[in-house]
Design a protein around this ligand. Structure first.
Ligand code: NAG
Length: 323
């Protein structure tokens, strides 16, 4: 039995590659400069892509397939948050709230827990139109269980929640004010996902589809592959948990609590695609629900600067997202 089980387990990665994942769909124009992308389509049909570095780099395109053109920075002078890293902004997330776009960003330094989530607003998304509001009040230090990075806003029947983190005890969430510039008064944050084995769990994105909230996140080593690859499977991959509530009770496909190491793989390395992560999910008016992410193409290069923008449609027909 032991031998049989071992040999069946040994086949699982093979089974995964036979079942396969879809390759990223078309991208033209500037498809690099897309670390931790955030996508939104404006009512005139223009797609905006925001990404880490360049004080939140902005690219636009007439379609999600491109051609993508660089437009400039969201905050050309950096963030007003008084922390090291306020000139090197990470992990944008953008949501339309009423008539105003809210863009969350992280101020942090790699490997440091002295971090904060900031927010900027615009009514048009265009470069030059953004106002920085500084910290959301979500700030971390070694005294906190989490790292205040990778914010993501969700509207739950008119109440806004920010989900963030992490490394360091992983993914947390808290209620925001009705105009979600800051935390709601008197609320506490709570953990929604935690992997006690792999501490590198981050980049959460909550997406409602049908009667479930899906908590997507990235797990593993994100960056620096050109300096040495992690052991196979240790690189970035995209995971998911789901719950009928946005604010907790997330489980994976096997029913394992996602606060206790649960999590189902949505997309991982396959073929020439390596380390997909930093994802977001978007209900696209043309393509339906899509997932977007960054990855490296092994045939191009493993450097962070080679990271490319990828996207795929998502099939939710089984109740779990399939790419
Ligand atoms: C979604 O997946 C199901 C199988 O789970 C398949 O029957 C269906 O055709 C797929 N839909 C699309 C649009 O690909």
């Amino acid at each position: 039995m032991v031998t049989l089980r071992a040999s069946v387990l040994g086949l699982l990665p093979l089974l995964g590659s036979v079942l396969g994942y879809a390759n990223p769909k078309a991208c033209s124009g500037t498809c690099t400069n897309s670390h931790d992308p955030a996508i939104i389509r404006r009512s005139d049909g223009t797609y905006f892509r925001f990404s880490t570095n360049g004080k939140i780099a902005v690219h636009t395109a007439p379609d999600i397939t491109g051609p993508w053109t660089y437009k400039g920075a969201v905050l050309p002078s950096g963030s007003s948050i008084d922390l090291p890293g306020n000139q090197d902004l990470w992990a944008p997330d953008v949501t339309l709230v009423g008539n105003t776009y809210y863009l969350y960003y992280s101020v942090s330094q790699f490997g440091s827990q002295d971090s904060a989530i900031g927010v900027a607003t615009s009514t048009t998304l265009d470069v030059g139109s953004w106002t920085d509001h500084g910290s959301t009040g979500i700030r971390s230090s070694s005294a906190k269980p989490y790292n205040a990075i990778d914010g993501n806003l969700i509207n739950v029947d008119g109440t806004y929640y920010l989900t963030w983190g992490s490394f360091w005890k992983d993914i947390y969430q808290a209620q925001m004010k009705a105009s979600p510039l800051t935390l709601a008064s008197g609320v506490s944050s709570y953990q929604v996902a935690y992997d006690p084995v792999t501490t590198a769990v981050e980049g959460a994105f909550v997406f409602k589809y049908g009667s479930y909230y899906y908590l997507f996140y990235s797990k593993g080593q994100c960056c620096g592959y050109d300096a040495g690859l992690p052991a196979a499977g240790g690189e970035y991959k995209i995971m998911v948990c789901r719950s009928s509530s946005a604010t907790g009770g997330y489980v994976d496909k096997n029913g394992v609590a996602c606060t206790n190491g649960g999590g189902t793989v949505v997309l991982e390395s396959h073929g020439n695609i390596y380390g997909p992560g930093g994802q977001g999910v978007y209900q696209d008016p043309t393509y339906g629900p899509i997932i977007y992410y960054h990855y490296v193409d092994k045939t191009i290069g493993y450097a962070d600067g080679d990271k490319r923008f990828g996207w795929n449609t998502i099939n939710f027909s089984s109740g779990w997202p399939v790419v």
